[in-house]
Design a protein around this ligand. Structure first.
Ligand SMILES: Cc1ncc(C[n+]2csc(CCOP(=O)(O)OP(=O)(O)O)c2C)c(N)n1
Ligand SMILES: [Mg+2]
Length: 1072
């Protein structure tokens, strides 16, 4: 313990103005300094702030000061000046003025002296005493910061062996305490030291012998729990954690809790064993090796319920999912067993494998005697993709319950070790955790860390020491725990629940465990991890270990253990027998977000009108064009004032531009009590500076005004929020948000449409296919700025073609034309894809999302240059009552007045329309060329397109698009127009009503959601239009393509090429 003394002694020999060479030699140590240095004042040695670790720093400061006194902080300058001018020991240092309040946990050195044990307090306060106490503080801190590095976390003991093989300099004690132990000997161990306020190991003692201090620290930090928390910036939070782990006896558990824990472990273990016996060749991604997960989750739920939580929204991967569904959520065992039976489905949907399905259960929590709701969100195979969805759903539940601090709704996310460290979405989701409009006020993360990912060892799958290191970015404490120590796991679960309740921040429980079988039950793990699996084979299951422990402690008897086991086995057997009599599986049993009240009393094929009263339009527009009511106090940017004035002018002219069309859609829904939430990067202003939903006071920071939130006193809330720079997480989040409440319009806007591909997984796995797989509807809107404006390959294409390729309507089958054709198409398709060309149509399509009696995702290509295009405006007349969304906007000019004279009918979509009409005007062929806009691309408006074609019998047909030929709508449009003209193309057969192997019709989604309309499935009251309603004449015209040629890149980066391409496509389109 004398290193500091030696250094300060050396430093004390620094001459007041030693030449630079001398101080450098000092830094190296050795006798030269003694020989060359003249006797120096002993000022430095006596300064209280000097210790071993600061001496190098002092030397650096001193050297710098010698070079230039101004290069060091003023306090150093004063200090060195005082020292040089011969200040007496202890007098040279003058503290710099403090910027911060003194911390309540600050321990002044002087406070050490009185508390030292009699033996020491008799002596003078010497350097040695101070150093020794500082060293003890250092040791305490070392355990707190690094104790986890040597904790016994691994049930396999592999990490311990790895430690033992290390060179002595990296041995455990060295890893934790580094060099503090260098000069400690046995006599130091018996000495008593004052405990600083930064530790709780003393309980009521103020001093303890060093030996006892170290023992207690090892108990707290180096046994079955490894706590990582010292990176947290809050002293309050650090102390809270210290107290939860250091307080002697804090982990003690009563007998009743031990018995409950054993019973829960018995179920967890019994469930997997039962499935293994009954379905030995089926994949189930069993939990064996981490059976403690079930008691752990239940403990978190019990504890959180006792703290006031009523609803738990959970996301989890494949591992142990069935076990969680059964033993945590209490999903009926019969529902789970029938999933193994290979039965036909009894209702709508294409279904999913059993370990991806969601659930929603309401039940009594027996421990707290409170009712709780539990949801596990359905997810695809794509690991961690569900994380942001869970967050969004949780946030929405909190929002609609007015739970502004997350006291009632809690999200729990489960992870695998490989996925947690490997998937970027984990990081993106963590970054939402503290954002005001995205926070769920703390998520409890539980990692099933079985130290393997499929066949890959951790050393090959991550570069971070722990799989949990990603959580450090948000200052989340991380509790690593040996999963074979059930009581330690329970303690950690309690602390994690309390942490979340106290600080409303994320926390991680890392269950360090193993995987007893292969990745799934059919895999052979010995191929790739022979040594690990040799060891696993020798390990007793945790249930056995814990039962033995409790029997030994006298908490239970062997008979009791067996009794609990047999009782559960009987429950399983009975459910298994009753599941055998089931003939169908029902997807509806697996819905994670039921909207029970939403569908009731509705006509499944009737939408409410979207046009609104002109007074409402005017009122909303006026508010949207106005400064806040206290305008004189609220300084608005001059540029914005101009925008507001131009909005006022539009009101005078009874017109709206794009931003106002959108605002009226939002405002009118808000008036009707529909919550609107618009989220995405820079959405408050709008990437193209057209929206300005939030006005900023130019003189007062954070003073803002949101006009749409202030339209009517009793309106629904309006949320508009700039998001983090993430597409994957934010889109996932909004999807989750939209799942909770069907009576809300949730929109996500991409900065530019092409960025949607970084959220591809959410689009493919959830939005496009979610209803089919999980019969879960969503009315989420994706607004994707799209269009080739000469801005280069990026920022041009929202990849419209991909959305169209994923639509689920058959290009070869012409649906029967009937009065409800449009809405029937909407209800049958997986999503709607549109590219509106007028603000009025935008207004209607947004309102239609809510007007529909069901929910469908809407993929909207949105414009850029059209935001300010003088022609892209709509009259109030197009939005008032009696108007509606126009799936196509037919030619309305002179060509339409004399259809017989029309030589060409051009179909197009989006902004290219405005280029085409300008070029047509210039060419003077407005009477010969009709131009019709397809606004709703999917589902394809066969009926209206057919009408247009019929109207111009002598016209040739052209599809004109600005996207390259292998992109945009062409490949979607082409076969569908052919089908519209020629009816069915007989390429594939599509039966609307599917029959199962027993010849029984499955229930359609209408029947499921609207059972009152379907007394029995054979007595349907909905008239299904017959194919004979459809005209049979055939039109042999062939649609021609006019546009850019195929390309690998979505757009040219060269402005001149862009202009040439536009000219070419217009010529191709219009040349007669
Ligand atoms: C995004 C993604 N990539 C790859 C896979 C294929 N896959 C399924 S499980 C698995 C290993 C997962 O390991 P881990 O996260 O540790 O969970 P464990 O199976 O060990 O519980 C892999 C690579 C996947 N499901 N998702
Ligand atoms: Mg794993």
């Amino acid at each position: 313990m004398n290193r500091a003394r030696v250094l300060s002694h050396l430093l004390s020999r620094v001459p007041p103005r030693a030449p630079r060479a001398t101080t450098q030699a000092l830094a190296l140590g050795g006798s030269r300094c003694k020989a060359s240095a003249p006797p120096a004042p002993n000022a430095l040695a006596a300064e209280p702030f000097l210790n071993g670790s600061s001496s190098n720093y002092v030397e650096e400061m001193y050297n710098a000061w010698l070079q230039d006194p101004k290069s060091v902080h003023q306090s150093w300058d004063t200090f060195f000046r005082n020292t040089s001018s011969g200040a007496t020991p202890g007098q040279a240092y003058t503290a710099p003025p403090s910027l911060a309040e003194p911390s309540p946990h600050h321990v002044p050195l002087s406070s050490i002296a009185p508390a030292i044990t009699p033996a020491i307090s008799d002596t003078q306060l010497t350097d040695s005493v101070i150093d020794d106490h500082l060293a003890v503080q250092g040791i305490i801190r070392a355990y707190q910061a690094r104790g986890h590095l040597i904790a016994a976390l691994d049930p396999l003991g592999i990490d311990r062996e790895a430690l033992a093989e290390r060179p002595p300099s990296t041995l455990p004690s060295r890893i934790v305490v580094r060099n503090y132990f260098d000069s400690i000997d046995e006599s130091d161990m018996e000495r008593s030291f004052k405990l600083p306020m930064s530790t709780f190991v003393g309980l009521n003692e103020k001093t303890l012998p060093l030996k006892e201090i170290i023992k207690r620290l090892e108990d707290a930090y180096c046994r079955s729990i490894g706590v990582e928390f010292m990176f947290i910036n809050s002293l309050e939070q650090c102390n809270w954690i210290r107290q939860k782990f250091e307080t002697p006896g804090i982990m003690a558990m009563n007998q009743q809790d031990k018995r409950l824990l054993l019973a829960r472990l018995t179920r967890s273990h019994g469930f997997e064993g039962f499935l293994a016996r009954k379905f030995s060749s089926e994949k189930r991604f069993g939990l064996e090796g981490c059976e403690i997960l079930i008691p752990a989750m239940k403990q978190v739920i019990d504890r959180s319920t006792s703290l006031g939580v009523e609803s738990f929204v959970m996301g989890m991967p494949h591992r142990g999912r069935l076990n969680v569904l059964s033993n945590v959520c209490r999903k009926p065992l019969e529902h789970i067993f029938t999933q193994f039976a290979g039965l036909d489905t009894g209702d709508e949907g294409s279904g999913d494998v059993k370990y991806h399905l969601g659930t929603y259960q309401e039940r009594l929590n027996r421990v707290t005697n409170k009712n709780i709701r539990l949801a596990i969100v359905a997810n695809p195979s794509h690991l961690e993709a569900v994380d942001p969805v869970v967050q969004g759903k949780t946030r929405a539940e909190q929002f609609y319950h007015g739970d502004s601090e997350g006291n009632k709704v809690l999200s729990i996310l489960l992870h695998g070790d490989a996925a947690f460290s490997g998937q970027g979405i984990v990081y993106e989701t963590f970054h939402l955790s503290e954002l005001p409009e995205y926070t769920t006020h703390g998520t409890i993360h539980i990692v099933v860390n079985n130290q393997i990912g499929f066949t890959t060892d951790p050393r090959m799958s991550r570069s971070s020491p722990y799989c949990t290191d990603v959580a450090r970015v948000v200052n989340a404490p991380i509790f690593h725990v040996n999963a074979d120590d059930p009581e330690a796991v329970m303690h950690v679960c309690n602390v994690a629940s309390d942490w979340r309740h106290t600080f409303h921040k994320d926390v991680v429980i890392d269950l360090v465990c193993y995987r007893r079988n292969g990745h799934n039950e059919i895999d052979e793990p010995m191929f790739t991890q022979p040594l690990m699996y040799n060891r696993i084979r020798k390990l007793k299951p945790v249930l056995e270990l814990y039962a033995e422990k409790l029997i030994k402690e006298g908490v239970v008897t062997a008979e009791e253990v067996k009794e609990v086991k047999d009782k559960y086995e009987k429950i399983l057997e009975e459910a298994f027998t009753s599941a055998k009599s089931e003939t169908r599986v029902f997807n509806k049993h697996w819905i994670d977000s039921p909207w029970s009240g939403f569908f009731e009393g509705k006509d499944p094929l009737k939408a409410t009108p979207t046009g609104i009263h002109e007074d409402t339009i005017t009122h909303i527009c006026k508010r949207f064009a106005s400064a806040p009511p206290n305008a004189s106090d609220f300084v608005i940017h001059r540029g914005l004032q101009r925008i507001l004035s131009s909005r006022m002018e539009m009101i005078q002219a009874r017109t709206v531009d794009w931003a106002m069309g959108e605002a009226v859609a939002f405002g009118s829904l808000l008036k009707e009590g529909i919550h609107v939430r618009l989220s995405g990067q820079d959405v408050e202003r709008g990437t193209f500076s057209h929206r300005h939903h939030i006005l900023h006071h130019q003189k007062v920071d954070k003073s803002q005004y949101n006009s749409l939130a202030n339209l009517y006193p009793d309106q629904a809330p309006y949320t508009v929020c700039n998001s983090s720079l993430s597409e994957y997480a934010v889109l996932g989040f909004e999807l989750g948000f939209s799942m909770t409440n069907p009576n809300a319009l949730v929109l996500w806007e991409a900065q530019f449409g092409d960025f949607n591909n970084t959220a591809q997984c959410i689009i493919d796995q959830f939005i496009s296919s979610g209803q089919s797989k999980w019969i879960r509807q969503t009315g989420l809107v994706l607004m994707l700025p799209h269009g080739l404006e000469g801005m280069g390959p990026e920022h041009s294409s929202a990849r419209l073609e991909r959305f169209l390729q994923m639509t689920s309507d058959d290009p070869d089958v012409l649906p029967a034309f009937s009065s409800d054709f449009a809405i029937r198409q909407l209800s049958d398709i997986n999503w709607i894809v549109a590219n509106c060309s007028t603000p009025a149509n935008l207004f209607h399509i947004l309102r239609r999302q809510i007007a529909l009696p069901f929910r469908k995702p809407l993929i909207l290509m949105t414009p850029k240059s059209l935001l300010r295009h003088p022609d892209a405006k709509s009259s109030f007349d197009e939005m008032v009552e009696g108007t509606e969304f126009q799936r196509i906007i037919p030619e309305k000019g002179i060509a339409a007045e004399n259809p017989a004279g029309v030589k060409r009918l051009i179909f197009c979509s989006g902004k290219v329309y405005y280029d085409l009409i300008a070029a047509r005007r210039e060419a003077g062929i407005e009477d010969k060329v009709a131009i019709t806009r397809v606004e709703q691309i999917a589902p394809f408006p066969y009926d209206l397109v057919k009408q247009e074609c019929d109207k111009y019998p002598d016209a040739d047909l052209v599809w004109s698009q600005e996207e390259h030929k292998n992109m945009g709508s062409w490949s979607y449009i082409q076969p569908r127009i052919a089908t519209a003209l020629n009816h069915e193309r007989h390429i594939s057969k599509c039966d609307k009503v599917e029959k199962d192997s027993e010849g029984l019709e499955s229930q359609s989604w209408y029947e499921y959601w609207f059972p009152w309309l379907f007394p029995t499935s054979s007595q349907t009251e909905v008239s299904v239009p017959s194919k004979s309603d459809t005209p049979v004449a055939s039109d042999t015209r062939v649609l021609r393509y006019a546009g850019r040629p195929v390309s690998a890149s979505p757009a040219t980066g060269n402005k001149k090429t862009h202009t040439r391409e536009v000219k070419q496509l217009l010529e191709d389109s219009l040349a007669l």
